[in-house]
Structure formats: C-alpha cells, structure tokens
Ligand binder design. Structure first.
Ligand SMILES: O=C1O[C@H](COP(=O)(O)O)[C@@H](O)[C@H](O)[C@H]1O
Length: 156
C-alpha cells in the first residue's frame, strides 16, 4: 500500500508518487506493459461521477490528453477537493484489468454515454476513454445506474 503524501502541494505529491511508481517498475515490483513503458497493474478499480469523470480525470480538462506523465495533478477540480492527483489514461489503459463500479440513478445518463454506441457526436466523456489496450474492461452497475443503457428494460 503506497499512500499519497497530502502534506505537500498537489504538484509535489504527484511528482513524488510518479517517482515511487517508476522505482517499483524499474525493480519489477510492478510489471511493465509490453506495449509501452507504463506500469501494468493487475487491476485498476474505478468509480464514475455523474459527469462521467473517473479517477480525477474530469470532462474537458487538459489532463485527459496527458501522454507522458503517469501521475498528474489538478488544482481546479469541479468536485471538491479542488486539488487532486490522479493516474493518467496511459497508465489506466495499460492495466491487465479495469473494473468500473457505478451505482445510483444520478449516474445512469453518464453510464449510457460511456457504454452505449451513441455515434460520432458523442461527448468526450472520460469514462468512455477507459479502453484497456490489451486488458479486460468490466463494468459493474446496479439497476439504477444501468437504467438508461440501450436494451435494458426497466422492471419493478
Ligand atoms: O471524485 C471522485 O468521484 C468518483 C465517483 O465517486 P462516487 O462517490 O460518486 O462513487 C470516484 O470514482 C473518483 O475516484 C473520485 O475521484
């Protein structure tokens, strides 16, 4: 278990955490991906917000496009707290398994936008960008969160 240092700035905490993960990859405590230099975690466990954010990767934020850093920080999170650190998409999408656990009707629309085939006009939803390159993606939804998925019939 490696906790985040919350006694320093978000920028410093992200830098420190990435340094730690890079050491663990270098010493093969964490496996390395065969397709890039990223860590290959056995499992990345995610939740999703009603806005479709996962980890601390929020819609329309520039960190969605981060390609080099494994861990980054934001200081303008739309959901408190404003300062957060987060794994980036290259790391999340290099995992062997990614599980997204979603409950509640407030997340039904975002689940629909993230999972269903909604055509070329789909918004750039972080949850939809979870696409493991070689790994497996499994969504776990309760009935309320799944209620707007295509092909799901609401029942009593
Ligand atoms: O801010 C966050 O929210 C999402 C969703 O949280 P939930 O309590 O509504 O399930 C969470 O998955 C994410 O890690 C966190 O940064």
């Amino acid at each position: 278990m490696h906790s985040i240092n919350d006694t320093v700035t978000a920028e410093q905490a992200a830098e420190d955490y990435e340094f730690l993960i890079r050491q663990l990859v270098r010493t093969r405590v964490i496996n390395v991906s065969e397709i890039n230099d990223c860590p290959k975690f056995d499992l990345v466990l995610l939740g999703m917000g009603p806005d479709g954010h996962i980890a601390s990767l929020f819609p329309n934020h520039s960190v969605l496009n981060e390609k080099d850093q494994w861990v980054t920080f934001i200081t303008d999170s739309p959901k408190p707290p404003p300062e957060r650190i987060t794994f980036t998409f290259p790391v999340i999408n290099s995992a062997s398994n990614v599980a997204v656990v979603v409950t509640g009707s407030s997340k039904a629309e975002a689940a629909h936008l993230a999972i269903d085939d909604i055509g070329p006009d789909s918004p750039q939803l972080p949850a939809r960008m979870v696409q493991p390159i070689k790994g497996k993606l499994v969504w776990f939804l309760d009935a309320a969160a799944a209620s707007r998925l295509d092909g799901i019939k609401a029942s009593e």
